[in-house]
Design a protein around this ligand. Structure first.
Ligand SMILES: C[S@@+](CC[C@H](N)C(=O)[O-])C[C@H]1O[C@@H](n2cnc3c(N)ncnc32)[C@H](O)[C@@H]1O
Length: 287
């Protein structure tokens, strides 16, 4: 005989107490996650919710909150429960068909924006493996005359990226194309951006992220460099003269990735930049 489910929380404070306890074992920030989830489900800003802990909760909200806590306790990432996540100051729809945007990728976007501002005549860009579309859309929203081709092998990811482009009103600037790496480009570009899958296959099997996020977005082959290696081989033909390639890399690839780049770009200026933690994170190839 199964035990009856505990009564649903009736107030904001009861719900937050339940959520904080329930998520304690799964999150480093259980109180914040509980507040974020409840605010999202109640359709209220978080500060407003916290200002009125005595407020009653509707049965619908309380039940949806309890269900979300159960999914979170099974390891499902918070962004998938919320259906959206912030990247570089913008909110993006997210879902299990694409990688959740990571703050590490902001380094690539920031570097790309700096270069585009310094090169106002160079306005053709590509985002290879666009996923949710964060790179293409973040650039297009900041550079009004930029045209970006955003590619992915996954049609499901592209559908999500298109919704994000509409959300941020850049559908005129971003063209989406399905295909393998640079094959989907119809002309060389000035700026080639990519955050491709770069986790070594064997390492991936033990990682919690592989349980919920698509393997297609994570698996970089035996040494994690399969896709980066292939894109760098295609990059000389995909870039205009004087163009720039920016590739996010895994922290362990800081030596090997520039060596591969050098094989294909004997005369380019090649550099690896660190992230805020000081780990190698971004490969730059200035042709
Ligand atoms: C690490 S995710 C990055 C997504 C997004 N650019 C971001 O930064 O969050 C890599 C993306 O590359 C796509 N991908 C995998 N193999 C590909 C290929 N051969 N050609 C194009 N895209 C590919 C995946 O579907 C996934 O969306």
């Amino acid at each position: 005989m199964s035990l009856p489910a505990p009564a649903l929380p009736e107030t904001v404070s009861a719900a937050l107490a339940e959520g904080t306890t329930a998520l304690g074992a799964y999150s480093d920030t259980p109180a914040l996650e509980a507040q974020t989830l409840l605010a999202h489900l109640a359709g209220r800003p978080r500060p407003g919710l916290l200002a009125h802990p005595e407020e009653p909760l509707s049965l619908d909200v309380a039940a949806a909150y309890r269900a979300a806590l159960r999914r979170r306790a099974l390891g499902e990432p918070l962004p998938y429960l919320l259906g959206e996540w912030e990247f570089y100051g913008l909110a993006f729809f997210v879902g299990p068909q694409a990688l959740i945007p990571r703050p590490e990728t902001e380094l690539l976007v920031e570097t790309a924006l700096g270069w585009l501002k310094a090169h106002p005549a160079r306005r053709l860009a590509a985002d290879i493996g666009t996923g949710t579309g964060i790179i293409a859309i973040s650039l297009a929203t900041r550079i009004a005359d930029l045209h970006v081709t955003a590619t992915d092998v996954s049609e499901a990811a592209l559908a999500l990226a298109r919704r994000n482009a509409e959300r941020h009103a850049v559908q005129e600037q971003v063209r989406f194309a399905q295909g393998d790496l640079a094959d989907a480009l119809d002309a060389p570009v000035d700026l080639l951006c990519a955050n491709l899958p770069y986790i070594p296959s064997a390492a991936l099997n033990g990682l919690p992220v592989a349980k919920f996020e698509p393997r297609l977005a994570l698996d970089g082959g035996p040494d994690g460099l399969d896709l980066i290696r292939r894109l760098l081989a295609d990059a000389p033909a995909a870039l205009t003269l004087g163009g720039l390639a920016l590739l996010e890399i895994e922290t362990g690839q800081g030596r090997r990735a520039p060596q591969i780049a050098r094989e294909h770009f004997p005369r380019a200026a090649i550099e690896v930049r660190p992230d805020l933690a000081g780990h190698p994170r971004l490969l730059l190839v200035q042709t």
